[in-house]
Design a protein around this ligand. Structure first.
Ligand SMILES: Nc1ncnc2c1ncn2[C@@H]1O[C@H](COP(=O)(O)OP(=O)(O)OP(=O)(O)O)[C@@H](O)[C@H]1O
Ligand SMILES: [Mg+2]
Length: 341
């Protein structure tokens, strides 16, 4: 494939629609991807599956945790498991917005402007240590995430499908970091913390990773076409009205919670349902259960919320507040009950 130069050529390269797969085909493809990543990341099955669900829900992932728990490894392993274009951006204070989006440069030979695409022109963009870039550069990336397009010098370039940003950052306030503003955090479909591996998994890590890095041996088990098919399949997962109502009740509860100064956005409601569809599909179901929303409430909603000053003083995290809201909210009817009737 030649590198597109003009806005029209970028448009022509937009992903083809994709075709829906059977449940068996989907399960075979997704388990192969999960197993592949697990050759590199020990003892984190739930997190690996969630990362894949976010990709299939056409979302973006923020991995936030202390240093050395495998954030970059997970992002790289997912990227390596899929044979598609991957770009890695190491965020530093001197990274410019045009490094992310691209620039038009004058070509002496053709006497015309030529577009040099930036790092976002890829299927998977790994943004490492995103909170080390200046707010201006962060916002350049976040615009692309939302709109899936880049505008440079009046030309709009569409990004490819799939398009996923996997960003990593450390939560601890460090010198030279610019914390993502809430409006920008809202662009991330889910935030996950890796957490320390269990003792057994850490021992296995010493055995498998002690001598050499298994990431070097990892090969792709899927390509961009397959991912597009998986995305289309996930979109067809059924969501009953009672489940939609439950999602709305949940986000409304965050907006009314006395512990929260900022509740969840309508964007988050959409992303919650989309990710729930993908999670259901990964479990071989063609319908969403209330449990899917419950399992996703913290990773999809908590990073967007702002606690009140009192809640902050009492060291109440937004994770705990969302968990409490879930606990209090009446459960919807199980959609399987209607089907049996
Ligand atoms: N659960 C795990 N399974 C396998 N290896 C792990 C796990 N957790 C950490 N590691 C290993 O620890 C090392 C550090 O991982 P990585 O560079 O991904 O950390 P990080 O979270 O990105 O850290 P930083 O915030 O400093 O960038 C890697 O060699 C990685 O393989
Ligand atoms: Mg890292």
């Amino acid at each position: 494939m030649t590198t597109p130069r003009t806005a029209e050529e970028y448009g022509a390269q937009l992903g083809t629609a994709g075709t829906a797969l059977s449940t068996d085909e989907l399960l075979r493809a997704t388990s192969a991807i999960v197993a592949n990543i697990e050759q590199v990341i020990e003892g984190k099955t739930a997190i690996v599956r969630l990362a894949l669900a976010v990709l299939l829900a056409e979302g973006h992932l923020l991995i936030e945790d202390v240093p050395g728990v495998g954030k970059t490894k997970l992002a790289k392993a997912l990227a390596k498991s899929i044979d598609c274009s991957v770009r890695r951006i190491q965020f530093t204070p001197d990274l410019l917005p045009s490094d992310v989006t691209g620039v038009s440069v004058y070509n002496q030979e053709t006497h015309d402007f030529e577009f040099k695409p930036g790092a976002v022109f890829a299927n998977l963009v790994v943004g490492d240590e995103i909170n080390r870039a200046s707010p201006k550069t962060q916002s350049a990336l976040l615009e692309c995430m939302e709109e899936r397009q880049v505008t440079v010098d009046g030309h709009t370039y569409h990004l490819q499908t799939p398009f996923m940003v996997i960003a990593t950052q450390n939560p601890i306030e460090m010198e030279g970091t610019y914390p993502l503003p809430e409006a920008q955090r809202d662009r991330f479909t889910a935030r996950i913390a890796m957490g320390y591996p269990a003792a057994g998994a850490e021992l296995a890590m010493l055995d498998h990773h002690g001598a050499h890095d298994p990431l070097d041996d990892l090969s792709a088990v899927a390509d961009a076409d397959l991912i597009r098919d998986l995305i289309v399949t996930c979109r067809q997962v059924h969501v009953a009205d009672s489940i939609k109502q439950y999602a709305v009740n949940l986000v409304t509860a965050t907006r009314e919670a006395s512990d929260l100064r900022l509740g969840a956005s309508p964007r988050s409601t959409l992303q919650l349902l989309r990710t729930a569809r993908a999670v259901a599909a990964l479990e071989g179901r063609d319908f969403v259960l209330p449990d899917d929303l419950q399992a996703l409430a913290v990773p999809v909603l908590a990073h967007r919320l702002i606690p009140t000053a009192e809640a902050q003083l009492a060291r109440r995290t937004t994770d705990a507040i969302v968990a409490d809201l879930l606990h209090k909210l009446p459960l919807p009817a199980d959609p399987r009950d209607n089907r049996r009737r």
